[in-house]
Design a protein around this ligand. Structure first.
Ligand code: THU
Length: 163
């Protein structure tokens, strides 16, 4: 029997002043687009800003639906938009901002499992890591170097037997 510890490095910042200018600006764009979220049911608003290798920024925010499962998270709105409009451009970084109309979110909200899986698909496709930066409305900022670190033992196309 063998045991293996799987860990990852999380960088924790107290202020956006500790981020690089590119990171700070991307987080600010995620915060701005969060305000366009359509979240009348949960009142939880999320914004995502993706930086592509050509400098283009693609935005997304959560879009809810009266038929709850028909809604979509901010991260997938953004990453699918990037895949649809810029299929050949690598995603370098994703900034995620979360807020609630019911309380003050002071802890970074990590992407949900479905969003991790969706982002991981593009990371695997492009063969370079996607940095994730997260923040609530206030408080600390988390940064991790790759979506694969947030989704260990992920299912991917290698299991499908075609590659
Ligand atoms: N949500 C996101 O947009 N991203 C996540 O990673 C977690 C949750 C949205 C979905 C739903 O509209 C609301 O937050 C509450 O779950």
């Amino acid at each position: 029997m063998e045991k293996k510890n799987i860990g990852f490095e999380l960088s924790i910042y107290n202020s956006e002043n500790e981020l690089s200018q590119i990171e700070r600006e991307l987080l600010q764009k995620a915060e701005a687009t969060r305000k366009n979220a359509y979240a009348p049911y949960s009142n939880f608003q999320v914004g995502a800003a993706l930086l592509l290798e050509n400098g283009e920024v693609v935005l997304g925010n959560n879009q809810e639906n009266a038929s709850y499962p028909s809604g979509l998270c901010a991260e997938r709105v953004a990453v699918f938009q990037a895949g649809a409009c810029f299929p050949d451009k690598k995603v370098m970084m994703i900034a995620i901002s979360a807020a609630s109309k019911k309380y003050t979110v002071d802890t970074p909200a990590g992407p949900c499992g479905n969003c991790r899986q969706s982002i991981a698909e593009y990371e695997q496709k492009q063969k370079t890591p996607i940095t994730i930066i997260m923040r609530g409305e206030k408080g600390k900022i988390y940064r991790c170097n790759s979506i694969s670190e947030l989704l260990p033992l992920a299912f991917n196309n290698s299991f499908l037997g075609d590659s």
